[in-house]
Write a protein that binds this ligand. Structure first.
Ligand SMILES: Cc1cc2nc3c(=O)[nH]c(=O)nc-3n(C[C@H](O)[C@H](O)[C@H](O)COP(=O)(O)OP(=O)(O)OC[C@H]3O[C@@H](n4cnc5c(N)ncnc54)[C@H](O)[C@@H]3O)c2cc1C
Length: 441
């Protein structure tokens, strides 16, 4: 570590991005305060209405979380979550066909999002340099008179006033007000890139006999252009199963029991409907609508105040059906950590945002954009190179339903361990060609 600030860092938001950020800031700052609008112990937090829906934690996120909080996975399992090898214990169905299963040597933990976040937060709360202020809203940033420096946050309510900081990290999620506050203080409006996907989710909690999973910890039926409805069934703590269904471009699952079951039955594979058939419902279905993936291009701004950084969904909110958001938050916290370690001084925002884009946002945003554009109804430019890549990735995924090694390559890409370009490697494409040429036409 090159510099050790003696100062105070404030993080806005105690979602995954805020919690990971607080952990890495505590390596460098003498004091870190996390300010979170929601109170502690809320099962369904108002600030994260999506938290009741199935939340995968991709293997890349699991690895980073274990580096930052050693033993977290074991702790979750001791509390009732389920560990599983991503190739052996998780069922992945693409275009109606299961990927070939096998040991991958890559294990992660399946749990509800609320449970995972509660444990993460407890780990952060015991860090000696960190204080978490729950039930406290940030209503603004404190700017120097000329607007060039952020020197704290403005807290709302009776306990309000300025909380001074040497560095403010905005991790307040997709609804972040930073774009508005920057504009009000003369920095212009951050450019936003949107991809309209109109994904609708519906989720119910059920109790299901363990044998219906045949030893698996979760089942993922992925939407594809040929069968654009998908779903996930996850065995989580408390002996419960989270069943989430989704549809794209306005084809949303209903929340009445008959409609919900009928939507499950309409998926390209029967696995999730089979679970519902033998389940006891524990909750009504809840819905969530996700209109568009959103990226805020802070790295392109001409003017940005010192003393402020942004990360997590506040920078880039991905189509949720790829299950990447929390792992992506962990990747961004890693970029923040690298940045803090590399700099002699307090972080320069433009250097930070370029690093964040290179290390985390560009590769993941590019990957999801390409997948979203494989759906003909999604509006966006498709270059000949993209169309070729989509064709090859689609063939590779199909071949992975016959060949275990290709399945593992695909799972490493889904898990954000490898970029999708590895699937275009000539050796992999040779294997795809051989695999498919052995199948009956
Ligand atoms: C339906 C759905 C399903 C998803 N499924 C998955 C999945 O399977 N796997 C996965 O990894 N991701 C999934 N995601 C994405 C994931 O939920 C987000 O990417 C993730 O929550 C982003 O974390 P974050 O910390 O950046 O933001 P958030 O989780 O939104 O946290 C922001 C926090 O800031 C607080 N806050 C906001 N404003 C203020 C303020 N002014 N003052 C104080 N506090 C404030 C909020 O209360 C909240 O706690 C899904 C998303 C949706 C919508």
């Amino acid at each position: 570590m090159k510099f050790c600030a003696e100062g105070h860092a404030v993080v806005v938001g105690a979602g995954p991005a805020g919690l990971f950020a607080a952990r890495v800031l505590a390596d460098v700052f003498e004091r870190v305060t996390v300010v979170e609008r929601d109170g502690t112990g809320d099962e369904q937090r108002r600030g994260v209405p999506q938290s009741g829906h199935a939340h995968d934690f991709l293997i890349r996120g699991h690895r980073i979380a274990e580096e930052l909080f050693p033993g977290l996975g074991e702790e979750l399992v001791a509390g009732g979550a389920h560990a599983g090898d991503i190739g052996r214990d998780m069922r992945w169905v693409i275009a109606g066909r299961p990927l070939v299963k096998g040991d991958s040597g890559l294990s992660t933990v399946v749990s509800s999002r609320t449970f995972r976040e509660r444990h993460l937060r407890a780990r952060v709360e015991v860090l000696p340099r960190v204080t978490v202020l729950g039930g406290q809203d940030v209503e603004g940033l404190s700017f120097s008179e000329d607007g060039s420096v952020v020197d704290g946050v403005l807290l709302a309510g009776d306990k309000g006033g300025k909380l001074a900081a040497d560095l403010v990290v905005d991790a307040s999620g997709r609804g972040s007000r930073t774009p508005v506050w920057l504009e009000e203080h003369g920095h212009g409006r951050v450019e936003e890139e949107k991809l309209k996907v109109d994904v609708g989710y519906a989720t119910r909690i059920v109790r299901a006999p363990a044998d219906v999973f045949a030893g698996d910890v979760c089942v993922n039926v992925l939407a594809s252009p040929d069968s654009p409805r998908g779903g996930a069934c996850q065995r989580v703590e408390g002996d419960r199963v989270v069943v989430t269904l989704y549809g794209v471009l306005g084809d949303h699952p209903p929340v009445d029991p008959e409609g919900f079951n009928a939507f499950a039955k309409s998926l390209a594979a029967p696995d999730i409907h089979e679970v519902l058939e033998v389940s006891e419902p524990l909750s009504a279905a809840r819905r969530y609508r996700f209109p568009a993936a959103l990226r805020r291009r802070y790295e392109s701004m001409d003017s940005f105040p010192r003393g402020l950084l942004v990360l997590g969904d506040a920078v880039c909110s991905l189509n949720p059906r790829y299950g990447q958001g929390m792992a992506f938050a962990a990747m961004q916290a890693s970029a923040l950590s690298d940045h803090l370690r590399a700099e002699e001084q307090l972080p320069e925002p433009d250097v930070y945002f370029r690093r964040l884009a290179e290390q985390a946002v560009d590769p993941v945003w590019g990957m999801t954009l390409l997948s979203d554009l494989s759906f003909p109804g999604v509006q966006g430019e498709r270059t000949p190179e993209m169309l070729e890549a989509l064709e090859l990735v689609g063939r590779t995924q199909f071949a992975a339903t016959f060949d275990g090694q290709l399945a593992l390559s695909c799972l490493r890409v889904f898990g954000l361990l490898d970029p999708p370009t590895v699937l275009l490697d000539p050796a992999i494409q040779e294997r795809v060609h051989k695999t498919l040429s052995r199948q009956p036409v």
